[in-house]
Design a protein around this ligand. Structure first.
Ligand code: ATP
Length: 600
C-alpha cells in the first residue's frame, strides 16, 4: 500500500506530532522517499533518504527504537553519514498495515536539551508515536477501501450501461434508482420515478411481494410496449433492499430468435434452383420487388417453393435484420388463428395464458410476415387482416386500444383466389390488397429442363447432410425421375432423393433406390417400349396399306409422329441409353419421349 496516496494527511500528522513534541519530525515511505517533514526536513520532501540510514533499519527490523548516541547504535553502523552525523538523538517508529511496513516516522533531536527530553520521555513518546503510526495506517486503509468502493461502483456502472438489455434498479418500495441507456432507448423515456409508471397495479404488487428471484414474466407495459422481464432481488443479510429488473422487448426477443434460428434458414435467390425460362423470369421479378414495401402474392402448386421465394425476398430486403415469421393459415384451427395472428391480452378467453401472448403480427414487427395458404383464411379474419394491412395497426383479442405494427406481408396460396372471390369465399377487397405483386411459380413438370439440375442439387444437399460421398446416377434412376409427373413438385423430388441417398449403399443410385411408385411407372414404360417395337416390326411385315397415298409423307400427323418414334427406337433400341439417343435424334427431351410412348 502506498503511503504517498494520503500525502497531505501524512504532512498534517507530521506537523501535529512536531507541535506536540517540539522536535523535528519526518516521515518516509517503504521506498525511503521522504513524504513529509518539519523544520529542516521540509526542504527535502520528495527526496530519497540514505540507503543505510536508521529508517532503512527500522523498515527492515520492523520495530521502533531510540538512538541515544548516534554512531554507536546498531542502526547507525552502516550509515553513510555515521562519521559526520549532526543529530543528537533519534526516534524511529515503523508504520504497519496488516503486518506490512509501509513507512517510518522519525523524530530527530538536533540539540542536547531535545535529546535529554527524548530520553526522559521515551516510554510515553514511543506509545504516542505508535498511535500516530496507527492513525496514518487507518487513514491509508480508509482511503484504499474508499478507492475500492469507487472502482466497484464504476465497474458496476460500466456493466449496467453496456449491457444490451433494459435494466432498472429500484429500492424495495419500487422507487427507481437508475435505469440504463438501453432502457431509455427501448422505451423512449429519459427515466422513471417509480415502477408504477411502467407496471399495472396487479403486476407491481406481485413484484413487490416476491421473496425469490423470478424469471420470464410476459408483460404488456403501460404505454403499450410488450416484453419479457426478470426480477433479481438485492438482499443484504437476508433483508430485501431492492430489485434489479431486466427487460427484453418483444422485438428484441424476436431478433434474438431470428439471429439464432432463422438465420440458419436464411435463403438467397441463389438457393432457388432453376434455369428454365419461366423460373429465371419469376426470380428476376421477385428480386426486383424484394426491396419494395408492397404486398406480394405468391401463387403456385404445393411444394413449388413459395415459402422459399418468400424467405429469399425477405433476406434481400431492408427488413432482413428483422424477423421472418411464417404462419400456415390452413394448419391452424379457425378459432385459434385469430389469437395466433393478432395475439391476446391476459384473461381474453378461458385458457388464455397469464400475461397474454403476442401475435405473429407483433412478432414480425419491422420484418416480414408470411401468410401461407391465405385462401383458407376464414372470412371474418379476412376483414381483420385487411384492416391490419391498411391501418398498420392490430388489435389484440381482449385488448382495448391497438398496437402499431410495421410488417410487410407476403401471402401465398395454391388455390385460385379469383375463383374463390367469385364463389364468395374470399373477399375481393383483400384479394386486390394482397395481389399488388403476383408471382407465379411454375410447377416442376413444366420445367423439365430444371429437373436434373434440381436432382443434382438435392443429391449434393442430402449427401452433405447425411455425410455420404456423392454417388453416380444410373440411366434407369434418371429415366424414372424423368417419367414422373411430380404432383408434389420440388418437395416431392427432395423427399425422393432423401430416400434414395438413405437407402443407397454403393456408389451409384439405381432404380430400386427410389420409392416404389417411381419404379412401377418406369417398368410399365419400359415394357411398353419393347412391345411397341415388336408390334411395329410385325406391322411392317404383315400390313400393307390398302391405299398408298401419292406422297409418302401425306398422313395424319399423329401417325407421322408415331412412325418417327418407332423408327428412332428401332435404330437406337429401348435401353436407357437407346431412349436417350432416340429422343435426341427426334429433337425432344427424354421425358417427353417416354410420355409419348406411354400414351400410345
Ligand atoms: N426451386 C427450388 N430450389 C431448391 N429447393 C426448392 C425449390 N423449390 C422448393 N424447394 C424445396 O422444396 C421444399 C418445399 O418448398 P416450399 O415449402 O417453399 O414450397 P411451398 O410452395 O411453400 O409449399 P406448400 O404449398 O406446401 O406450402 C423445401 O424444402 C424447399 O427448400
Amino acid at each position: 500500500m502506498a503511503l504517498s496516496k494520503i500525502i497531505s494527511n501524512v504532512q498534517l500528522i507530521c506537523e501535529a506530532i512536531a507541535s506536540v513534541v517540539n522536535i523535528d519530525v519526518t516521515i518516509v515511505d517503504d521506498q525511503r522517499i521522504r513524504l513529509a517533514g518539519t523544520g529542516r526536513y521540509r526542504e527535502s520532501i520528495g527526496e530519497k533518504v540514505n540507503e543505510n540510514s536508521a529508517f532503512s533499519y527500522a523498515l527492515r527490523e520492523s520495530m521502533g527504537f531510540i538512538i541515544e548516541n548516534p554512531g554507536e547504535h546498531q542502526a547507525c553502523l552502516n550509515c553513510d553519514c555515521k562519521d559526520k552525523c549532526t543529530e543528537h538523538a533519534e526516534v524511529c517508529c515503523p508504520i504497519r498495515i496488516d503486518g506490512e511496513n509501509v513507512g517510518v516516522i522519525g523524530l530527530i533531536a538536533f540539540k542536547e536539551d531535545q535529546r535529554l527530553a527524548l530520553i526522559k520521555n521515551q516510554g510515553n513518546l514511543m506509545s504516542f508515536l505508535d498511535r500516530m503510526a496507527d492513525l496514518i495506517a487507518s487513514k491509508l486503509k480508509e482511503f484504499e477501501s474508499h478507492e475500492a468502493i469507487e472502482l466497484l461502483a464504476k465497474e458496476l456502472e460500466v456493466v449496467f450501461e453496456s449491457i444490451d438489455t433494459s435494466l432498472i434498479a429500484c429500492d424495495k418500495t419500487g422507487t427507481v434508482l437508475r435505469v440504463n441507456r438501453k432502457f431509455k432507448r427501448a422505451f423512449g423515456l429519459e427515466t422513471i420515478g417509480h415502477l408504477d409508471e411502467l407496471l399495472y397495479e396487479r403486476e407491481l404488487t406481485h413484484l413487490l411481494r416476491l421473496k425469490e428471484n423470478s424469471k420470464n414474466h410476459f408483460q404488456t407495459f403501460k404505454g403499450g410496449m410488450q416484453g419479457i422481464f426478470d426480477v433479481s432481488l438485492i438482499k443484504v443479510q437476508h433483508a430485501i433492499k431492492g430489485y434489479i429488473i431486466t427487460i427484453k422487448t418483444v422485438e428484441e426477443v424476436m431478433r434474438t430468435v431470428n439471429d439464432m434460428v432463422l438465420d440458419s434458414l436464411a435463403t438467397g435467390f441463389d438457393q432457388i434452383i432453376g434455369e428454365s425460362k419461366s423460373m429465371v423470369q419469376v426470380k428476376a421479378l421477385a428480386q426486383k420487388v424484394a426491396s419494395s414495401a408492397s404486398t406480394v402474392l405468391i401463387l403456385g402448386e404445393s411444394g413449388t417453393g413459395k415459402e422459399l421465394f418468400a424467405r429469399a425476398i425477405h433476406h434481400s430486403s431492408q427488413r432482413q435484420a428483422f424477423p421472418f415469421v411464417a404462419i400456415n393459415c390452413a394448419a391452424i384451427p379457425d378459432h385459434l388463428l385469430e389469437s395466433e395472428l393478432f395475439g391476446y391480452e391476459e384473461g381474453a378467453f378461458t385458457g388464455a395464458k397469464k400475461g397474454g401472448k403476442p401475435g405473429k403480427f407483433q412478432l414480425a414487427n419491422k420484418g416480414t410476415l408470411f401468410l401461407d395458404e391465405i385462401g383458407d383464411m376464414p372470412l371474418h379474419l379476412q376483414v381483420k387482416l385487411l384492416r391490419a394491412l391498411q391501418e398498420k395497426r392490430i388489435e389484440r383479442l381482449g385488448g382495448n386500444g391497438g398496437v402499431d405494427v410495421d410488417v410487410r406481408v407476403i401471402a401465398a396460396t395454391h388455390a385460385n383466389l379469383e375463383e374463390k372471390v367469385n364463389e364468395g369465399t374470399f373477399r375481393q377487397d383483400l384479394f386486390y390488397r394482397l395481389n399488388v405483386i403476383p408471382l407465379n411459380i411454375p410447377p416442376l413438370r413444366e420445367r423439365s429442363d430444371d429437373l436434373m439440375l434440381t436432382v443434382h442439387y438435392m443429391i449434393s444437399k442430402w449427401c452433405t447432410k447425411l455425410l455420404k460421398p456423392l454417388p453416380k446416377i444410373s440411366g434407369a434412376f434418371k429415366d424414372a425421375l424423368l417419367l414422373h409427373e411430380w404432383p408434389g413438385n420440388v418437395r416431392e423430388l427432395e423427399n425422393a432423393v432423401e430416400y434414395a441417398i438413405n437407402v443407397c449403399e454403393g456408389d451409384r443410385l439405381e432404380l430400386w433406390h427410389l420409392p416404389k411408385r417411381f419404379t412401377a411407372v418406369y417398368e410399365k414404360a419400359a415394357n411398353k417400349t419393347k412391345d411397341q417395337i415388336v408390334d411395329h416390326q410385325l406391322d411392317q411385315q404383315l400390313v400393307q396399306p390398302v391405299e398408298q397415298p401419292q406422297n409418302n409423307w401425306l398422313m395424319p400427323l399423329s401417325l407421322l409422329e408415331e412412325k418417327a418414334i418407332h423408327a428412332a427406337l428401332e435404330v437406337y433400341g429401348s435401353s436407357g441409353e437407346g431412349v436417350e439417343k432416340a429422343a435426341k435424334s427426334l429433337g425432344i427431351s427424354r421425358a417427353t419421349l417416354y410420355r409419348k410412348m406411354m400414351k400410345k
